[in-house]
Design a protein around this ligand. Structure first.
Ligand SMILES: Cc1cc2nc3c(=O)[nH]c(=O)nc-3n(C[C@H](O)[C@H](O)[C@H](O)COP(=O)(O)OP(=O)(O)OC[C@H]3O[C@@H](n4cnc5c(N)ncnc54)[C@H](O)[C@@H]3O)c2cc1C
Length: 417
């Protein structure tokens, strides 16, 4: 078995891995992406948030996004159980920048574009190779053990490895580092409709969040080709109360929201129903000597505010800069990634506070803004993805309406073994 040497190995070619790889390769680093699938491949997570613009700009793909057939998303709107629609939250009313227009993407095409971009910037991409484990030397990660689809074992070595393996979360699974968020214990069921109703004009590409009983909710995301992605997120006990058949559960819940029922009536359900449990989690550690975690391989947060792809792109970007500096210093020890972990966790905590508020039975955005109009800007910043700044007053305000959690003491580098 031959072993090849790189500056960085990236496990997984999703948005986090592709962005980290593209940035490192553009800096002249020798980068290898190992991806277990053959792209394009299906993936959930289709609604972007406005601040995705900035990592996409750095990656040089904004023009491709503008020229794409992805529906433009100008807003998000909320719908009560009885079908009453809130005034849409238009991003351009809060952000005077072209970033305020974002997109609903087909992840197969979006992820392919990002992977091709990493390749064009000089990263080597090998698909259909699954990383099974890391190779360690004196307690530090120095490479990976992988297996091709045909079953051939392979080894690759690098100064540093970036775990971007998504919710498979290789390091979390291998080391038992996945810590579930105690209260965000939901499941999601989703499928696709062709020919379902779209709202007119500016709202045609809007994300709609439509409430169900017990603080469950539907997403309704218009996609290219007259398709709509429709999914439910709710507590397991609520969804499984009389059956475990996910198609039956989905159709039963359609009947529980008048807006969803009306919008789907003209459409035809197509393809399979999908299910995921394993909701929000974070890794105990953000890095060990010779390895750093990015995207869902580090943390996953309930998707109600569409933050996942943004956090993946952003963590890939920040990690790439930290890795480049570490390589330049000839020191890839875990402690170099403390700022990376702190910064990422700060952003995740801001979003997490908002997610907790969303699920709190006492909380209403309207009442919150009526009581604290001066916090509207902070709230808006969270919703559009301007997460990496101080939010103390917002947390204080939210705590008057909802049970806001303490920040999790997780995500530091593992500096001692
Ligand atoms: C129900 C649901 C709805 C969501 N909705 C949204 C939304 O509307 N908007 C949003 O922004 N986000 C959403 N998300 C979150 C979003 O899907 C993720 O946050 C995002 O895909 C994370 O990107 P990533 O690059 O970290 O991981 P991924 O996109 O999962 O990429 C990881 C890649 O690693 C590969 N891989 C895994 N293991 C290995 C291995 N061992 N070896 C080699 N390759 C490997 C995988 O094949 C995959 O291509 C949603 C998530 C769920 C579950």
């Amino acid at each position: 078995m031959t072993s090849e040497f790189y500056d960085a190995i990236v496990i997984g070619g999703g948005p986090a891995g592709s962005s980290a790889a593209a940035i490192l390769a553009a800096k002249g680093r020798r980068v290898l992406i190992l991806e277990k699938e053959k792209f394009p491949r299906y993936h959930i997570g289709e609604s972007l948030m406005p601040y995705c613009y900035f990592p996409l700009e750095r990656l040089g793909v904004v023009d491709r996004m503008k020229a794409s057939h992805f529906p433009k998303k100008y807003s998000v709107q909320f719908v009560n159980i009885d079908g009453h629609v809130s005034h849409p939250f238009y991003f351009f009313q809060h952000l005077q920048h072209e970033a305020s227009t974002t997109w609903q993407v087909l992840r197969s095409e979006f992820d392919q574009m990002l992977l091709d971009n990493a390749r064009a910037r000089g990263a080597e991409v090998r698909e259909e190779i699954m990383v099974r484990d890391t190779i360690q030397q004196n307690g530090a990660v120095v490479g990976v053990k992988a297996v091709s689809r045909k079953g051939d074992p392979q080894e690759f070595r690098a100064a540093i490895t970036i775990d971007a393996s998504g919710r498979d979360a290789l390091m979390l699974a291998r080391n038992g580092w996945r810590v579930r968020d105690p209260y965000l214990n939901k499941i999601a069921i989703w499928t696709y409709y062709k020919g379902a109703l779209r709202d007119p004009g500016l709202d045609e590409g809007a994300t709609t969040v439509a409430y169900l009983p017990e603080k469950g909710w539907f997403w309704y995301i218009p996609l290219p080709g007259d398709m709509v992605s429709v999914g439910i997120v709710a507590e397991k006990e609520y969804l499984y109360r009389d059956t475990r058949d996910i198609a039956v559960i989905f159709q039963r819940e359609v009947g529980n929201n008048a807006w969803i029922q009306q919008h789907l009536a003209s459409g035809r359900q197509t393809g399979q129903y999908w299910l995921t449990a394993e909701y929000s989690y974070r890794s105990r550690y953000c890095a060990v000597d010779g390895l750093i975690l990015v995207g869902d391989a580090f943390a996953f947060l309930d998707p109600v505010f569409s933050s996942g792809v943004f956090l993946a792109l952003r963590s890939g970007e920040v990690a790439a800069d930290a890795v480049d500096a570490a390589l330049a210093a000839g020191d890839v020890s875990a402690s170099r990634f403390r700022n990376y972990g702190d910064e990422l966790c700060k952003g995740i905590e801001a979003m997490r506070a908002l997610v907790y508020a969303f699920y709190d039975h006492e909380f209403s955005f309207r009442e919150f803004i009526n009581e604290f109009p001066h916090l509207r800007g902070d709230l808006t910043d969270c919703l559009i993805g301007n997460l990496f700044r101080e939010f103390k007053p917002l947390f204080g305000g939210l705590a008057k309406f909802a049970d806001i959690p303490e920040p999790l003491e997780l995500g530091k580098p593992l500096t001692e073994r």
